[in-house]
Design a protein around this ligand. Sequence first.
Ligand code: TYM
Length: 320
Amino acid sequence: MRVLSGIQPTGQLHWGNYFGAIRQYIDLQESNDGFYFIADLHALTTVRSADQLRANTLDIALDLLALGLDPNQATLFVQSHIPEVTELTWLLMTGTPMGLLERCHAYKDKKEKGLNADAGLFTYPVLMAADILAYDSQIVPVGADQVQHIEVCRDLAGSFHHTFGETFVLPKAKTLDVGARVPGTDGQKMSKSYDNTLPLFGDVKKIRKQIMRIVTDSRPVDEPKDPVGDHLFDLYQLFASPDEIAAMAEKYRAGGFGYGEVKKAVAEASEAYFAPARERREELAQDLDTVRDILAAGAARAREVAGGVLDRARSAAGLR
Ligand code: TYM
């Protein structure tokens, strides 16, 4: 199966990115044909410094490799290295109803907050549809927040087919039961735009402080607590074994302990969990040329596939 997904290089990767998406990339890479990319064109809608964007892009490549993405099994590349995708975006754009994009949440949220949105943000889901369709992707592993965009992709492919005939493979979103919506330190969805993220890498002490500041209710220590729907408990679950989760739920219900104890357990478990990747990342950072070579080889392979799909779409639309 062709599996494809992308991540924007808008800053440090966080627990939501890992448990919602990256963990799936790695699980799926061995028995599928994985295409994973760094969505720098999408990031341009928010990152407006060239140096920053370049640095972020290389950082994400390092992160993914350190976390276990294997370039011998999967294809890793940078979105903008495949110009076929932007041409395909235009082909799709000509059949995209304005109303469909007006309902998409990234644009809608910004509008509702009274912020100015540009055409890049408005047409963001069309570029994302082209990303998916350009590689004949069958499965798209993502967090819950991206499922709407994959539905849009299916709609756009469907309307292209209606006008010009069967051309694309229709993709399906894949989300996990645990991890599809990882909460941030304030209980809302973990997201850079809410400033509530816990990063995968970076200064351990700083991350520990952020964990200790996770917002909780103010129930006294000896009162019983409910683990269901508690975001601190949800974060604990990401790192714990089923036995540990059951034991922690029992503690919640019995009372007699403070949330500080759970936070400490989350900090310790998360540090141990990411320690091997942290070490690998430091090694990889010593050899950025190898990382650049991996991205170049990935782009060559991805362009070959996208070129074939674009040819089909051009012919179908009468551009040949
Ligand atoms: P991005 O960069 O915002 O996020 C990357 C991946 O992380 C997931 N994610 C989460 N999962 C669970 N809980 C959270 N709190 C959480 N926060 C983020 C996202 O669902 C995503 O899977 N538009 C995409 C990038 C993209 C893309 C694509 C994805 C561009 N083209 C084609 C798939 C296919 C985005 O902004 O993801």
